[in-house]
Design a protein around this ligand. Structure first.
Ligand code: AMP
Ligand code: FE
Ligand code: FE
Ligand code: ZN
Length: 288
């Protein structure tokens, strides 16, 4: 029987709506053999998820997802697999990432208030429940209060680039993000390359080549935003650059209603992807 995993998902530690242990239980209930938790800018959910995975006998990898400086309209997200929670470099990294949010979020709220929306930073903090406060938490409040009809609409009208209350956050450069993931004992992987919105294959290859030169370990070939043609294209690209293939749903619970844990646009992620990542992690650790 083939076994499957999900290497990209979010919990309440960032902008998912399931607690870390609940994500792991859902993985078990969905028949998955393993999971990596990849919350934005934090490993705050990793200890709880790891404990639950151990209890349920699922393979588990700690992870983090970081967005880097990248020209609009694209976005570059780097996943860091196997980061070490005890590593001081990781603590410094997450502190810096949170500072970027703490600077941006009040600007969004102030602008929304100027637009006549009844919303406060305290409400957003309560909605988030944890340390990482993101736009989906603001979107959830706009939806609940009836200002918009969906999370998507909240982004389109207010929170996405071009929206009435859009503010960008301070981001790390791609080189800095790569360096700090590696310093933290992690393996950098390019998330959902489709979201780079590169205009042609040559440009995509240049970006991947630059990342490879900075120590990229893998490419997320399977993702909810990738159709069959893209999976095929990114698989060939990964093979050409000697990169590991990874994949995941990008599950966010009810913040992304159409995404189910363990399934990415109809595809599943083979356990072998996760085993190869774990093996590479051991090799890298042994090499120091
Ligand atoms: P933030 O990390 O606060 O900048 O918010 C980014 C998060 O918002 C992403 O990780 C997604 O979960 C979500 N997001 C971004 N753009 C959209 C969109 N257009 N519709 C729905 N969710 C989005
Ligand atoms: Fe998210
Ligand atoms: Fe992402
Ligand atoms: Zn994600």
């Amino acid at each position: 029987m083939p076994q499957f995993v999900d290497l990209h998902c979010h919990s309440t530690a960032s902008d998912g709506t399931f607690a870390p242990a609940d994500v792991v239980r859902l993985a078990r209930d969905s028949g998955l053999a393993g999971l990596a938790l990849t919350d934005h800018d934090t490993i705050g959910g990793v200890a709880e998820a790891a404990a639950e995975a151990e209890k349920l006998g699922l393979a588990f990898l700690p992870g983090i997802e970081i967005s880097c400086e990248y020209p609009h309209p694209g976005t570059m997200h780097i996943l860091g697999y196997g980061v070490d929670p005890e590593n001081p470099a990781l603590r410094d990294l997450t502190t810096a990432l949170l500072a970027g949010r703490d600077d941006r979020n009040p600007k969004i709220i102030k602008r929304l208030q100027e637009l006549g929306v009844a919303i406060t930073m305290a409400e957003v903090e309560a909605e988030a429940g944890g340390t990482v406060i993101g736009r989906p938490h603001i979107a959830a409040i706009l939806l609940r209060k009836g200002y918009v009809g969906s999370i998507k609409a909240a982004f389109n009208e207010y929170l996405a680039p071009g929206g009435k209350a859009y503010f960008d956050k301070e981001r790390l450069s791609m080189a800095e993000a790569m360096r700090r993931i590696r310093q933290s004992g992690g393996m950098p992987v390019l998330a959902h390359p489709v979201q780079l919105r590169t205009t042609n294959d040559a440009e995509l290859e240049r970006v991947v080549k630059d990342l490879v030169d900075l120590g990229l370990v893998g490419l997320e070939t399977i993702h909810s935003d990738h159709d069959a043609a893209l999976v095929e294209k990114y698989t060939r690209l990964a093979e050409r650059f000697g990169l590991l293939k990874t994949g995941g749903s990008d599950f966010h619970g009810t913040n992304k209603k159409d995404i189910r844990l363990g399934t990415a646009n109809g595809r599943q992620v083979p356990l072998a992807f996760m085993e190869a990542l774990m093996k590479r992690h051991q090799e890298l650790r042994r090499a120091g």
